[in-house]
Write a protein that binds this ligand. Structure first.
Ligand code: ZN
Length: 189
């Protein structure tokens, strides 16, 4: 009997050329310390390198944008450590600066209740990553493809923002970091 043809669950085409092992869910969801301490057996699927790369920026965005909402949790606080470490690199700095603009204490000029701040996010990009994970898990369980478009979950509404408690020393420090970094760059550029 012939070997079954291996296909890339992201594009549905036969696997050939440069192949990556794609983590389902993304490896970034498991912080460095969590991986070291618990040594989780992370699941991967073979995909085309180009397909994998096509999701990289959205996955980076997802982790950076959602991380401030999960800081209170055990695994979320470790992801936050990974992210703040990356701020020191140009790419991490760029994403961090973009995310800092998603915080808004006066959305559309409105006054929010005391101590509250809006955190916006790009629902399209977040949903693209969520759907990729669903497709990966479905492929693992059923060895069948779910299409990239024609999303079963389109009926689900993904809010474009959430309201956070603004705590002194947390998000304020985040803003301050970027303000000072920008100032620093202006002085020395
Ligand atoms: Zn592919």
């Amino acid at each position: 009997m012939a070997e079954p043809i291996e296909i890339c669950y992201l594009c549905g085409m036969e696997l050939e050329g440069k192949i990556d092992r794609d983590h389902v869910p993304p490896k970034q969801f498991y912080a460095t310390n969590i991986r070291k301490k618990h040594n989780p057996n992370l699941f991967t699927l073979p995909v085309h390198h180009s397909c994998n790369k096509a999701y990289q920026k959205d996955e980076d965005y997802f982790v950076h944008s959602i991380a401030p909402l999960t800081k209170e949790s055990y695994s979320g606080s470790e992801i936050w450590k990974d992210i703040t470490h990356k701020f020191q690199r140009p790419e991490g700095f760029r994403i961090g600066k973009m995310i800092s603009k998603e915080f808004d204490s006066r959305p559309s000029g409105l006054y929010l209740p005391r101590g509250k701040v809006i955190k916006r996010f790009d629902a399209e990009r977040v949903w693209r990553v969520v759907w990729k994970i669903v497709r990966g898990l479905f492929f693992k369980e059923h060895q069948r493809l779910l299409p990239e478009n024609n999303r079963l979950g389109d009926a689900l509404y993904i809010s474009k923002f959430t309201i956070l408690d603004l705590r002194i020393g947390e998000f304020v420090a985040f803003f301050l970091y970027y303000s000072l970094s920008s100032l620093h760059r202006q002085i020395y550029s």
